[in-house]
Design a protein around this ligand. Structure first.
Ligand code: C2E
Ligand code: MG
Ligand code: MG
Ligand code: MG
Length: 281
C-alpha cells in the first residue's frame, strides 16, 4: 500500500520500493496467475492486550511465493495488485480465507484483515464480507477490517457508505498506519472505528526519545479514549519500547517483541496454548 510522499516528520525514511518497468511487467504477469495457482497464503501476527499481554487476536498478512520469483514482499505486490486491478479478487480471497481459518480458533480470538481503498469503493464488497461470515460461521464481532486514511481521500462518499454497511454487519473497523497519511480528524467523528493503530514509525521515534513523537502518541491515545476507541501500537520490537508504550496508555500491542507473523497452524497452536480455558475445536 503506498504511503503518501509527504510522510510524517517521524516516518522513518522508507526508500520508494523501486520496481523498474521490466520487473513490473514480469511481476504483473505472475501476479495475475498467483491466485489460481494457489501461491497466496496468510500469515498471522499476534496482537496482545497491553496490560495483561494476553493474546486478543491476529492480523492476517498476505504472502506470495512464486516458484521462479521466490517470496515477494506485500510492500511490493500489494501496490502492483491495486494498480493492475487485481486487488478485488485477491482481497475477496483474503477475507474468505481469514474467516475460514479464524473460525477454527478459540472463540475469543479475533482476526484483523487489511483492506485496500479500491475494495471499499466497490459496493459488492459488503456482500463478500457477509457471505464469508455466513459460510464460515465466524461471529461478525471477531472480524476486524483495517483501513488506512487514504480511503477517505477519494471523491465521493461511496467508501463511507460501504464502511457503514460493514459496521451494520457487526464487523469492527480499525484505522491502520495512523499518522502516516493525510490525516484529517473529521472522519474520526464520522466513522465508528473500534481502534486506531499507531504506526511503527511513531513507536520507533518515541523510543529514541523524540519529544514530538511522544507528544503525538499521547495525543492520539487521549483522542481515541475520548472517542471511545482503543489504540494499538504497531511495531513494538523491544522490552524498552513495550515499557514506554504501556506507560503511554496504548490498549493493544503488536510487534516482533511478541511475535512475527506465523503460518496458520502455528497461530492456531499459539491461540489454543495461551487460552487454556477454551475448549478444543
Ligand atoms: P500493515 O497492515 O501496517 O502491517 C504491519 C506490517 O508491519 C507487516 O508487514 C508486519 O509484518 C510488519 N511488522 C509487524 N511487527 C513489526 C515489527 O515489530 N517490526 C517491523 N520492522 N515490522 C513489523 P508486511 O507483512 O510486510 O505487510 C506490509 C503491508 O502490506 C501491510 O502493512 C499492509 O498495508 C499490506 N498488506 C499485507 N497483507 C495485506 C492484505 O491482505 N491486503 C491488503 N490490502 N494489504 C495487505
Ligand atoms: Mg494492517
Ligand atoms: Mg499497520
Ligand atoms: Mg504500519
Amino acid at each position: 500500500r503506498s504511503k503518501d510522499a509527504g510522510g510524517g516528520v517521524f516516518h522513518a525514511y522508507e526508500p520508494q520500493l523501486h520496481v523498474d518497468a521490466e520487473e513490473r511487467r514480469l511481476l504483473e504477469i505472475a501476479l495475475r496467475k498467483a491466485l489460481e495457482r494457489g501461491e497466496l497464503s496468510l500469515d498471522y501476527q499476534p496482537v496482545v492486550d497491553a496490560g495483561t499481554e494476553r493474546l486478543t487476536g491476529f492480523e492476517a498478512l498476505l504472502r506470495w511465493r512464486n516458484a521462479e520469483l521466490g517470496a515477494i514482499s506485500p510492500a511490493k505486490f500489494i501496490p502492483l495488485a491495486e494498480e493492475a486491478r487485481l486487488i478485488g479478487p485477491m482481497g475477496e480471497w483474503v477475507v474468505r480465507t481469514a474467516c475460514e481459518e479464524a473460525a477454527r480458533w478459540p472463540d475469543d480470538i479475533r482476526v484483523a484483515v487489511n483492506v485496500s481503498p479500491e475494495q471499499l469503493h466497490n459496493p459488492n464488497f459488503v456482500a463478500v464480507v457477509a457471505q464469508a461470515l455466513a459460510t464460515t460461521g465466524l461471529s461478525p464481532h471477531r472480524l476486524e477490517l483495517e483501513v488506512t486514511e487514504s480511503v477517505f481521500m477519494r471523491e465521493g462518499t461511496g467508501a463511507l457508505k460501504v464502511l457503514e454497511r460493514i459496521l451494520e454487519l457487526g464487523v469492527r473497523l480499525s484505522l491502520d498506519d495512523f499518522g502516516t497519511g493525510y490525516s484529517s480528524l473529521g472522519y474520526l467523528s464520522r466513522t465508528k472505528f473500534s481502534s486506531i493503530k499507531i504506526d511503527r514509525s511513531f513507536v520507533t521515534a518515541a523510543a529514541k526519545g523524540t519529544p514530538e513523537a511522544l507528544a503525538i502518541i499521547r495525543a492520539v491515545v487521549a483522542l481515541a479514549g475520548s472517542l471511545g476507541m482503543a489504540t494499538t501500537a504497531e511495531g513494538v520490537e523491544t522490552a524498552d519500547q513495550l515499557t514506554l508504550i504501556r506507560s503511554l496508555g496504548c490498549s493493544k500491542i503488536q510487534g516482533y517483541h511478541f511475535g512475527r507473523p506465523l503460518p496458520v497452524a502455528e497461530a492456531r497452536d499459539l491461540a489454543i496454548r495461551t487460552r487454556p480455558a477454551i475448549r478444543a475445536a
